[in-house]
Write a protein that binds this ligand. Structure first.
Ligand SMILES: Nc1ncnc2c1ncn2[C@@H]1O[C@H](COP(=O)(O)OP(=O)(O)O)[C@@H](O)[C@H]1O
Ligand SMILES: [Mg+2]
Length: 336
């Protein structure tokens, strides 16, 4: 179905088709002391078939962004401004029922520990059958199970493990089950929120290979939320760097790693072992992330930025296009 009003890409030069378009998104958590603006004026396109890494320090709003894409921010938080288009239709205007159909079926989300999204009393096969039949009423139990068994086999889980309970599987296997369920529903978009945090290093490596394979075999669009830059470097086509509820830089992964533009991106890359050019150039970033109850008036990174001028403390930098990047920093205002 083609929407009447096609929403233009943010990056006007890009010819790619954006499947998700986030526009001017604001998310607020009202708490006793005031309003926490967890996401402030977020603009992001996610292209069909790409893997995009959403990175940034803990508390910068990555998970909140993930939940927003499914319109499922947990109360008391809510989306206070903006639009989110999925295939050019604003999902924020949809009914609860319509959203439920999108959630899981078209956009699937997996978490750090999928144990929280699996019912401990339900065998894996029952989970799979239930989820598939919830979205596709005409599928028989047998068909649903066959479809899932085929996919899980491709993901390296042998058939007889389907009759286990969630706690009998390892963390890595549970992750794969969640992905398998998403694939069985032909999800177009998979959002993985810190998917490797609870896995050990070897399983993590296998899991990364698996994610790579998903791209090739299923053409899935993958949104990878993580604070682990190593993983992003390995599998992302593009990166969006977040800081204090805002996106600071978006661009092709290789470009961002080779030539980070935003001072925050530069600081972030220098502070990570193995990613910094060599261990001698490893530099911790001084200062602290902003208080989202009372964010700085201008650029949120200004108090930690060695290039900050008076303007940076007073005005929020808009997004500039520079060297095939979208970057929110006055350093790039007049550069072409
Ligand atoms: N339930 C909540 N109540 C109040 N504030 C919240 C809540 N959840 C998130 N926040 C705020 O939103 C910010 C972003 O959180 P989150 O999206 O979980 O960050 P990340 O995933 O990058 O670690 C946090 O710094 C916090 O201030
Ligand atoms: Mg998070």
């Amino acid at each position: 179905m083609k929407a009447k009003n096609e929403i233009k890409n943010i990056d006007k030069k890009s010819q790619k088709k954006a499947i998700i378009k986030v526009r001017n998104l604001e998310v607020t958590f009202p708490i006793r002391q005031g309003n926490v603006i967890a996401l402030d004026d977020i603009n992001l396109d996610i292209y069909h078939g790409e893997t995009i890494g959403i990175v940034g320090e803990s508390g910068c709003g990555k998970s909140t962004l993930g939940f927003s894409l499914l319109n499922s921010i947990q109360s008391p938080g809510r989306i206070t401004k903006g639009e989110i288009y999925f295939h050019d239709e604003n999902i924020l205007n949809k009914t609860k029922k319509e959203i439920q159909r999108i959630r899981g079926k078209q956009i699937s989300m997996i978490f750090q520990d999928p144990m929280t999204s699996l019912n401990p009393l339900l065998r894996i096969d029952k989970h799979i059958i239930e989820t598939i039949r919830k979205h596709e009423k005409n599928v028989s139990k047998k068909e649903a199970l066959e479809r899932a068994a085929y996919l899980l086999d491709k993901l390296g889980i042998v058939r007889n493990r389907l009759f286990d309970y969630p706690h009998q599987l390892s963390g890595g296997m549970r992750q794969r089950v969640m992905i398998g369920i998403g694939l069985a529903l032909n999800a177009e978009v998979l959002i993985a929120d810190e998917p490797t945090t609870s896995l050990d290093v070897i399983v993590e490596a296998q899991f990364i290979n698996l994610l790579n394979q998903l791209k090739d075999d299923f053409g899935i669009t993958l949104i990878l939320i993580t604070h682990n830059m190593g993983i992003v470097a390995e599998i992302s086509d593009r990166i969006a760097v977040m800081y204090g509820g805002k996106i600071m830089e978006i661009g092709d992964s290789r470009l961002v790693f080779k030539d980070p533009l935003h001072p925050y991106t530069q600081g972030l890359l220098k502070s990570i072992p193995n990613i910094a050019l060599d261990d001698n150039s490893l530099e911790p970033m001084p200062g602290f992330p902003p208080d989202l109850l009372n964010p700085p008036k201008g650029c949120r990174f200004a108090p930690r930025c060695k290039y900050a001028t008076e303007k940076c403390f007073n005005e929020v930098p808009p997004v500039f296009e520079y060297r095939e990047r979208l970057v929110s920093c006055f350093l790039y205002e007049k550069k072409k």
